[in-house]
Write a protein of this length. Structure first.
Length: 300
């Protein structure tokens, strides 16, 4: 005998199978379908790499530039840059101008390698570079061409050629639209979070699911961004008549500047210094070809 939910008692009987099964799986399947639709309907081919990438089709170039400008203004409001006429500022600006001048030719050459036409997405960039006083050995380039170099990077770079390698790497992130790709990744992450919450997962289960997504998808994707930016940035520096071979000692010094302390590559957004140096060494013959082909003063 078992209690009747309406107050009476009735003979026990076999439970009928649920018509729709466990609701949690149906919710997860629905979100998985939406994620798959978003994934496949927002794919584009990147002319720099020849790879299919995820970029939200609703985000156009003007919106991306506006987001970059807003972030740049917020950073400069908090971290006041050096006078543009200061010697360090002028030197950094000169490096940037040489790199920017080679964006079109490098994009065209890389696109041709993949049998693609260049998109020349950066032709509408409004380039700007500032130097920010700070101990950070860092630099960045936001969507739309807004750049900054922190003075802490200067003693680590040591040479103009090494600085060009770093700045080329940062410019490459903007050219490759990595910011837009990260925004699309965040949307995929939000879909996963909503799926976990709507399906009735407890917080621990949701955390496990998001950790699996991070290690299996987000972190490898971030590391691939760094590798792509290394290649495109190296070609930019070479085409702009800088010595790409300075990339190797540069990253050795960057490793030393971090005190030799780094997380496992598996758990990091960046390749470890050893992996990065190996990749750059493999790219060096190609970089030297770019220098020979596109650097008008390479023979001087």
């Amino acid at each position: 005998m078992r209690n009747d939910p309406f107050g009476g008692q009735q003979q026990g009987r076999a439970r009928r199978p649920r018509l729709f099964g466990n609701i949690r799986w149906w919710v997860l399947l629905a979100f998985a379908g939406y994620a798959a639709f978003y994934w496949f309907s927002n794919r584009a081919v990147d002319p720099y790499t020849g790879e299919s990438v995820l970029i939200d089709s609703s985000l156009d170039a003007s919106q991306e530039k506006a987001l970059g400008l807003q972030a740049y203004q917020e950073i400069l409001a908090q971290e006041r840059p050096l006078d543009p006429n200061a010697p360090q500022s002028r030197e950094i600006q000169a490096i940037a101008q040489r790199l920017i001048a080679k964006v079109d030719v490098v994009e065209t050459a890389l696109a041709e390698e993949h049998g693609l036409k260049p998109a020349h997405f950066a032709r509408d960039f409004e380039w700007e570079v500032n130097v920010i006083p700070s101990d950070q050995a860092n630099a960045f380039c936001l969507p739309g061409g807004k750049m900054a170099v922190y003075t802490g990077l200067i003693p680590v770079a040591r040479t103009v050629d090494a600085m060009a390698v770093v700045m080329g790497h940062e410019i490459a992130h903007a050219l490759l639209r990595h910011g837009a790709q990260r925004m699309a990744q965040q949307k995929m992450t939000q879909i996963g979070q909503m799926a976990g919450a709507a399906s009735g997962m407890d917080p621990q289960q949701q955390q496990m699911m998001m950790s699996a997504m991070g290690y299996g998808y987000l972190l490898p994707y971030a590391r691939s961004h760094e590798t792509q930016a290394d290649e495109v940035g190296l070609m930019l520096a070479a085409a702009a008549c800088f010595d790409p071979q300075e990339a190797i000692p540069l990253w050795e010094r960057m490793g030393q500047a971090s005190g030799g302390q780094s997380t496992s590559e598996f758990a990091s957004t960046h390749p470890n210094p050893g992996t990065r140096i190996q990749n750059l060494q493999a790219l060096m013959p190609k970089a030297m070809q770019y220098r020979q082909k596109f650097c008008e003063s390479a023979g001087r």
